[in-house]
Design a protein around this ligand. Structure first.
Ligand code: GLU
Length: 467
């Protein structure tokens, strides 16, 4: 078993969007498999027919694709395996590991009522558990697992350690309903077995399920996978992450303009650590990721940390890749697409845009000087630095730039000279120059901008501002 190739999976229930916690669980499973030459599978847990729409499933695919979490083979539909689940329920019946229960809803309610009145456990104990099949009526029945009544069940969990469950807390859970449909608890185990899953890494809200699911594995004589139940994500206040903490859907983070690589880096650090490493590449994460590095306490979602990592990833990303991601971001955010001229400009300007931008909106704001067309309407702040004195200085600068060779050293020299001639500092010239070139107070350096847009366009913008 130890030498078997690793097979992990993510098994989301389609609920309309992809939860950030699901994304993190998917990432952990992906990293674990990819770092070990294993397989990473996707199963859509679409047994709840009311909620499981094609749109909800699409949202999961989109989230996975955006995050670059590629899965092996086709996604498995849990619903499509229903016959197989029923087959296993009957197999457990034949092995004596499960039994037919004919109790009606009313009888079960009565049982609970009586147990409550007597101060006993309300866990339902079916009178059919040990009934002789010859006494079975010709009536609808459910198939229940025959759970142990005494002793303990130990879940050997790679994150939580050994978790002991008292067996008298385990009920004879239903495997197959009277209409022949499988329960979730049965379906998960059968699918994990049939898909060859060796490691189940999932939220610790499923820890209790593990004890019950083990009964099915054992009943069928199947290998129990390695369990790793990871603490859920909490909000900054330490409470379980919820809508009031901010965005929950993965796509909302794409729409906020975070690059996928930053999201992967951030989510990997959310509950897992490798020494003091904060910023890392996918290759490093795949190499380093291990179940031992997963913490036992819940990680808190920290937007500032995400923004910080995002800035670092933007700074080191390739220019063309960034432009491609920005194009996708604009579409998801419902913003106007870039035209050819803008895409070309963005590529040429990227070297001076990608530093110190925490997300794509900030990067695009900085890129206003290349994305927009003259004449530039300066915003309020920029307009302030274009007073009469400043405009006079810019007017003096214009003829100097006409003949200067267009390289950084010369441009810096010319601007410094004009500043000196006016008895002022470089900054005093740079400010109105920035306003003239970008119409903004936040932009790349004036020299970077001049180099990107060229002489002719620089002079035209100066003329606009001084006219
Ligand atoms: N479908 C379950 C969920 O979305 C996951 C079940 C599992 O990973 O075993 O929470």
């Amino acid at each position: 078993m130890n030498d078997a190739p690793v097979v992990t999976r993510i098994a989301p229930s389609p609920t309309g969007y992809m939860h950030i916690g699901t994304a993190r669980t998917a990432l952990f499973n992906w990293l674990y498999a990819r770092g070990r030459g294993g397989k990473f599978l996707l199963r859509i847990e679409d047994t709840d027919r009311a909620r499981s729409t094609p749109e909800a499933t699409e949202a999961i695919y989109r989230g996975m694709r955006w995050l670059g979490l590629d899965w092996d083979g086709d996604a498995v539909s849990q619903f499509a395996q229903a016959d197989r689940h029923a087959e296993v329920a009957h197999e457990l019946l034949a092995r004596g590991k499960a039994f037919k229960c004919f109790s009606t809803q009313e009888e079960i309610a009565e049982f609970r009522e009586a147990a409550r009145a007597a101060g006993k456990s309300t866990l339902f104990r079916s009178p059919w558990r040990d009934a002789d099949p010859s006494t079975h009526p010709d009536a609808p029945y459910v198939i229940r697992i025959r759970a142990p009544l005494e002793g303990t069940t130990v879940i050997r969990d790679r994150v939580q350690g050994n978790v002991t469950i008292q067996n008298d807390q385990l009920d004879d859970m239903i495997l197959l309903r009277s209409d022949g449909t499988p329960t979730y608890m049965l379906a998960v185990v059968v699918d994990d077995h049939d898909m060859g899953v060796t490691h189940v890494i999932r939220g610790d809200d499923h820890l209790n399920n593990a004890a019950r699911q083990m009964l099915v594995f054992e009943g069928m004589g199947w290998d129990i996978p390695v369990w790793a139940h990871i603490p859920l994500i909490h909000g900054p206040d330490g409470k379980k992450l919820s809508k009031r903490h901010g965005a929950l859907g993965v796509e909302e983070y794409q729409a906020m303009g975070f690059p996928a690589a930053a999201m992967r880096n951030y989510l990997a650090r959310l509950g897992w650590s490798h020494g003091d490493d904060e910023f890392f590449t996918d290759e490093q994460a795949k190499e380093w990721f291990d179940l031992d590095g997963i913490g036992k306490s819940a990680a808190r979602f920290d937007m500032q940390k995400l923004e910080h990592l995002s800035g670092q990833h933007i700074a080191v990303a390739g220019d063309d890749a960034l432009v491609a991601e920005i194009v996708a971001y604009l579409a998801v955010a419902g913003l106007p697409a870039l035209d050819e001229r803008q895409i070309d400009g963005l590529k040429r300007a990227m070297f001076c845009l990608k530093d110190r931008a925490k997300n794509f909106p900030q990067l695009l704001e900085k890129g206003h000087f290349i994305l927009s067309k003259r004449p530039f309407e300066p915003d309020e702040k920029a307009a302030k630095s274009l007073d009469d004195v400043s405009r006079g200085i810019l007017a003096e600068l214009t003829p100097q730039l006409q003949n200067a060779s267009w390289n950084r050293d010369t441009l810096e020299g010319v601007v410094a000279q004009v500043a000196e001639a006016n008895g002022t500092k470089l900054g005093k010239v740079a400010q109105p120059l920035r306003a003239a070139l970008a119409g903004r107070t936040v932009s790349p350096s004036v020299f970077d901008m001049m180099l990107v847009i060229g002489r002719e366009e620089t002079l035209a913008r100066l003329n606009d501002a001084t006219a």
